[in-house]
Design a protein around this ligand. Structure first.
Ligand code: HEC
Ligand code: HEC
Length: 213
């Protein structure tokens, strides 16, 4: 991205300098630079806060548009591949299709799981997403041909991808059970000193919370 090319470091944006009592230090509460545009961006930029923030959101929205489409195509390919296996497709018939699904999936993961990529390097990220899209469409064309050769000539039924509930039900995810398991896990892994600290903090009320910021 343009910032890396100009030698701007992660810390320039995510750990901006601040002063307190005559001491200058970098902020170690790493988070979104957008909550502190004055210190994070104004060192180098002179635009209005609104303009910089909307520029970031605009980039993220544009990338999301592409990554959401790619994600749906990958899910459809997985469902079509399952159908092909059920109809007796062989490993040899599935080989290039599986490779295609993996290669598209990696590109989706790389663009989405790195989180900041839509802002850090929007051009590179959209290039990766488009290449994932080309790969998955190729795999789906191959799947349609394979399904036809196995005697299946209609579209494979799909869940409603616009509804999270519908998709979770489709894959058999029991959300209440997952939530309970998570609560149980957190109960086990959160150390006692942290629980004690939190309890103390909430007893001390808002003063402690605001001074810890
Ligand atoms: C030019 C400023 C800038 C630089 C340099 C920068 N970032 Fe970011 N980063 C941002 C902005 C802006 C966001 C989006 C924040 C938001 O959406 O609230 C972001 C988002 C992120 C996120 C996602 C956070 C989330 O909750 O989704 C991560 C992780 C991240 N950056 C890590 C890094 C790392 C690691 C580096 C260095 C390799 C880096 N950033 C360099 C400005 C920068
Ligand atoms: C250490 C300096 C530095 C910091 C800090 C910095 N930038 Fe930049 N930014 C640059 C430079 C240099 C460029 C490239 C300018 C050019 O080529 O004209 C740039 C370019 C940009 C561009 C235009 C990118 C493009 O593709 O044309 C945007 C948007 C931007 N910065 C947003 C931000 C935001 C938001 C922050 C704070 C989170 C931030 N910058 C923090 C130095 C910085």
């Amino acid at each position: 991205g343009v910032h890396a090319k100009r030698g701007v470091s992660c810390a320039d944006c995510h750990m901006p300098y601040q002063s307190e009592g005559g001491q200058k230090f970098t902020n170690h509460q790493i988070g979104s630079p957008l909550s502190n545009v004055e210190n994070s961006c104004f060192v180098c930029h002179r635009e209005k806060v609104d303009a910089l923030v909307s520029d970031v959101y605009e980039r993220q929205a544009k990338i999301k548009e592409g990554s959401s489409k790619l994600q749906t195509q990958i899910a459809m390919a997985h469902i079509e591949a399952k159908k092909a296996w059920e109809l007796g497709a062989t490993e040899a018939q599935m080989k290039t299709i599986q490779t295609g699904i993996r290669h598209a999936q990696w590109r989706w993961d790389y663009s989405v799981a790195s989180h900041g990529a839509a802002f850090h390097a929007p051009l590179e990220t959209s290039r990766i997403i488009s290449s994932g899209m080309a790969i998955i469409q190729e795999a789906r064309i191959e799947l349609t041909r394979l399904l036809a050769s196995l005697g299946f000539n209609e579209p494979v039924p799909m869940p409603d991808f616009t509804s999270k509930d519908a998709v979770q039900t489709y894959i058999g995810l029991d959300i209440p059970a997952e939530r309970a398991a998570k609560a149980d896990f957190l109960q086990q892994v959160v150390p006692q000193w942290l629980k004690d600290g939190k309890a103390r903090e909430s007893k001390m009320g808002s003063k402690a919370v605001s001074s810890s910021k």
